[in-house]
Ligand binder design. Structure first.
Ligand code: GTQ
Ligand code: FE2
Length: 378
């Protein structure tokens, strides 16, 4: 390991500004003294360190699903899967985060790919994770020995430190997206990792339609009385598309009947929550499904913290900061902290909806009482 022993030079003021000293040979000498002693004065850095509002280092960016799938398919042919590499996962690398595999300063988003019959080996880590499926089926993710079917539209949380492996029981490959708090754990230096068994049990290669977790926890409003403790992460390991779809459809129908408010006209959304406490399913990540009626637009909003969106169905446009893209099924885009964003669905009210999966780091900022949001005009 090499240590950088040369301090970065203290910025000499070109001219004195508000709260800045007059340049002089004596001042220059003082600044060289700071450098030798590894000191940096606040007055040269304060604008960058304490801006009036968040100025994200991340950039808004869009990744096209068809391009990701094509590369994942190639990786499936060329890159073997096994111990050490652990997963055939391709992470979205934000163009403004120095080439690191980070979608935002806190969030990892990757496309993962399994060939027919393949197993991703068992491991566990403190980073929280989930899978979201935009297309395909045939893979079971095995969490603490419980095989969980993965199908289109399903949200599958895997809280930190649970053993997990993935098994493709089908004759065709499958791709999905992973969301993890890897960058957050990286910057806060809080990661632990353990390898599991090299091969998962044949029992765990079973392919039940319903997992043990769902049989116990997937009954709305009903909680097993033997399990009344609050759990920091959800014990329900699969949130099925049929339920999410119905919740969104009914929300829009009730809005049309004048019986409920939505986020804005024609914009319904549901959040995936932990049935033991009503909070977010995972301690560090919020996950939601949004539905916009044809022609409807979300409000324009800025929020502390960052988000990743994936279009689940339909088409429309997304606007983030000064970027604007047309989006279609599978496309992914990131919203950096405090950048204004909005979404609009193509078509007319009686046409198809625009459905978007969204995840964010909001629970971190809410826990720290650092969350802020602002609605913008237009
Ligand atoms: O599937 O266990 O995209 O551990 C990154 C790290 C997926 C996984 C990722 C992981 C996994
Ligand atoms: Fe993992």
């Amino acid at each position: 390991m090499t240590h950088e022993l040369v301090p970065s030079p203290v910025r000499l003021p070109v001219r004195a500004g508000p709260g800045q000293p007059e340049p002089s040979p004596a001042l220059e000498d003082l600044y060289r003294g700071f450098e030798r002693e590894l000191l940096v004065p606040l007055w040269t850095e304060i604008g960058e360190l304490m801006p009036l509002a968040p100025r994200s280092k991340a950039a808004p960016h869009l990744w096209r699903w068809r391009n990701l799938v094509a590369l994942a398919e190639r990786a499936g042919q060329l890159v073997p899967l096994g111990r050490g590499g652990e997963r055939r996962a391709l992470a979205l690398a934000n163009p403004s985060l120095g080439g690191r595999p980070f979608a935002t300063p806190t969030l990892w988003a990757a496309i993962q790919y399994l060939m027919p019959g393949e197993d991703a080996p068992e491991h566990r880590h403190t980073q929280h994770a989930f899978r979201f499926v935009v297309e395909g089926e045939g893979v079971w993710t095995v969490v603490n020995g419980d095989p969980i079917r993965m199908s289109r539209g399903d949200f599958l949380p895997q809280a930190g430190w649970n053993w997990h492996a993935h098994h493709n029981a089908a004759r065709q490959p499958m791709a999905w997206i992973d969301g993890l708090d890897i960058p957050f754990a990286y910057y806060t230096e809080s990661q632990f990792f353990e390898f599991g068994r090299d091969a998962i049990d044949t029992v765990e290669k079973q392919t039940p339609a319903r997992s043990r977790s769902e049989r116990l926890w997937s009954h709305p409003g009903l909680r097993p009385v033997a399990h009344v403790e609050r759990a920091v992460a959800t014990p329900l390991l699969a949130y099925r598309w049929a339920d999410t779809d119905r919740a969104l459809a009914e929300q829009l129908a009730l809005e049309a009947e004048g019986c409920t408010a939505t986020l804005s006209p024609g914009h319904a959304a549901v959040r995936f929550t932990n049935p033991t406490n009503g909070c977010d399913a995972l301690p560090t990540m919020r996950a939601e499904m949004h539905r916009l009626r044809g022609g409807a637009a979300s409000r324009t909003r800025r929020e502390v913290g960052s988000s990743v969106f994936q279009v689940f169905d339909g088409s429309g446009s997304a606007s983030v900061g000064d970027h604007r893209w047309t989006v279609a099924r599978g496309d992914l885009f990131v919203v950096p902290s405090w950048q204004p964003f909005s979404i609009r669905a193509d078509g007319a009210a009686d046409g198809p909806t625009l459905d978007l999966f969204r995840f964010s780091d909001a629970p971190i900022f809410e826990a720290l009482h650092a969350q802020r949001a602002q609605d913008e005009a237009g």
